[in-house]
Write a protein that binds this ligand. Sequence first.
Ligand code: ADP
Length: 306
Amino acid sequence: MKKLTEGRKMFIIVLAIYIFYGAFFIIFDDFDRRVWAPLSDSWDWHMMGVGVVVLLVLAFILHRYSRQMDERISREQAEKENVLRRQLTQNIAHELKTPVASILGYTETLMDNPDIDQATRQQFIQRTHHQAERLTSLLSDIATLNRMDYAPDMIQKERVDVARLFSDIVQESQPNLAQHNMTLRNCLPGEVVVEGNPSLIYSIFRNLLDNAINYAGDGTTVEVSVTEQDNDWQFSFSDNGVGIAEEHLPRLFERFYRVDKSRSRKMGGTGLGLSVVKNAVVLHGGTITAQAIHPHGLCFLFTLKK
Ligand code: ADP
């Protein structure tokens, strides 16, 4: 079936109002005499004819106008998408440039100076490796976002126990949490089952926890809890760290948006983590918001369909 565009919707609504209005008069014109109007003596067939002609003219004008309106809307959408795509391509190129330039720089130095001392050589190799890792996470985030943007139907869903998945993530992150002297309060119950894609749900919790570890600050506490609603689970993922100023919150889920660029790069951040989180939540029929906690801290509230 053809999709109802804004123009078509308007066309149908105005036409329906007109027809309803006409029908109302046909039926109720002589209602007080309990006679169907076209059969009554007072029924004006000329007026009826004029009504039909007006209806046809109106339908024609409306049809043309609604088509023009649809064309204008899709043109504007295409322009907006083009601008966004161009910005995204520029951002990706910019993000790729830095690690690639560093890798080239370090490897060229190593090749041009075969007699370089062992300690410096080792340091350069480590830095090259770190930049290659950054490239890998960047490419993996871009691939995940592309998959969600262009092939959401191909993403397979199955029964996922979020509580179990999160406790695995906590175990993996234990050394990192300990290094930053952070406490994790996992208030999830024994089982939180959703119909979802395990790898995307993993990305949601992994990114939020990595961010808390990277940005909240040493000695802080992360708390994860959930409440059950009719059709969804409502998760709360909060930390009592440095938080984010209110003005940044509306843009937090944009691709490549960072509050502190140099800190993010230093931490190996791609600027795509929260976009991946948001897209994954939306793909699971949920919504997500970020709220500042007073006096300090950050809280993500999101839902996942059961
Ligand atoms: P990045 O790869 O830079 O971490 P994200 O999209 O994951 O990108 O996060 C966007 C920005 O939001 C980060 O650069 C960081 O400045 C900020 N941020 C994310 N989580 C937190 C947090 N828990 N506390 C403070 N700032 C955060």
